[in-house]
Design a protein around this ligand. Structure first.
Ligand SMILES: [Zn+2]
Length: 300
């Protein structure tokens, strides 16, 4: 029997059932699951999935997980462009040491290193470690004061938030910045596509944050918000449209449909329009700095 309400882990507000029995639409997953439901907090807007799948993590992230998300040449070209622009922007900052937390296949670390930046990557699921990419946090350099820790579409994958946030807080320089890009639970596209919204992405995503809930969880871990922007290069609308097209197919297709490049162009135009008109897209980018008045300081 589906529970109609639960308690929000962040604000203790009441959560209500949003979508019962949500499914993985994208066909990336090998393990079976059912009975996973999405709940949303009425107060802070956080969306959580219950029950959380904590076992079979290796099945959730098979070796070709990143390849399954590969959306072809248009997607790769846009990603490359976004990465080049970000590396250029960061190079204007002096003596910046960056940690790419959840660095995936290490492409950004490699590009940023070639661009002359001092970058390390942390990725617990990768098997290909290098001097610059570690899968054990203790392998990061001793003089580990990072001026920027970036989490690009990473925090929505965490099962336990607190150990990650404390780890980040420990290695962040006193004036350092944590930059988090993550799906926006309050976005128009989430409300429009509902259970077919591309960023639900269960069971890989465990929570979808709103600005309010992400700010609250960061404040509780000793950070304060300093900036919010929208993330323009969202594939979410394209994936959501693809999920709707899948409904009409006679049998499931693993990976992307052949029409995906066309949907990608339509989706990116929609995201750009939303950015222009309502200053909101499917994902948000928030920046935080460490607070100095937090009680956690005394424990360090
Ligand atoms: Zn809440």
């Amino acid at each position: 029997m589906e529970s109609k309400s639960t308690v929000c882990e962040i604000c203790s507000g009441s959560q209500e059932l949003l979508y019962a029995d949500v499914k993985n639409q994208e066909g990336w997953i090998d393990c079976n699951f059912s009975g996973l439901s999405a709940y949303q907090c009425k107060y802070c807007g956080l969306i959580e999935f219950h029950p959380q799948i904590c076992e079979n993590l290796e099945n959730l992230y098979p070796n070709d997980y990143l390849d399954r998300g590969n959306r072809g040449r248009i997607h790769q070209g846009l990603l490359n462009l976004a990465e080049i622009l970000e590396v250029r922007r960061l190079k204007r900052m002096k003596e910046v040491r960056i940690l790419d937390y959840g660095s995936g296949g290490g492409e950004w670390v490699s590009r940023a290193t070639k661009g002359g930046l001092d970058v390390f990557g942390y990725e617990p699921f990768t098997k290909n470690t290098t001097r610059r990419i570690v899968n054990d946090f203790s392998d990061l350099p001793d003089s580990n004061e990072f001026s920027l820790v970036r989490l690009e579409h990473v925090i929505e994958h965490f099962i336990d938030l607190e150990p990650h946030l404390q780890q980040i807080r420990r290695i962040l320089a006193p004036e350092g910045i944590v930059q988090i890009t993550t799906p926006d639970a309050e976005s128009i596209s989430r409300k429009l596509f509902g259970r077919y919204w591309g960023y639900l992405h269960v069971p890989h995503h465990t929570r979808i944050f709103s600005e309010k809930s992400l700010t609250a969880v960061m404040e509780a871990s000793g950070f304060e918000k300093i900036n919010k922007t929208v993330f323009p290069l969202n594939l979410c609308t394209a994936i959501s449209l693809e999920n709707l097209v899948r409904l009409s197919l006679a049998r499931p297709v693993r990976g992307h449909l052949s029409i995906f490049p066309g949907l990608l162009i339509i989706g990116l135009l929609c995201e750009s329009l939303l950015r222009l008109v309502v200053r909101r897209t499917s994902a948000m980018r928030l920046q935080f700095k460490r607070t100095h008045s937090n009680s956690l300081i005394s424990n360090e």
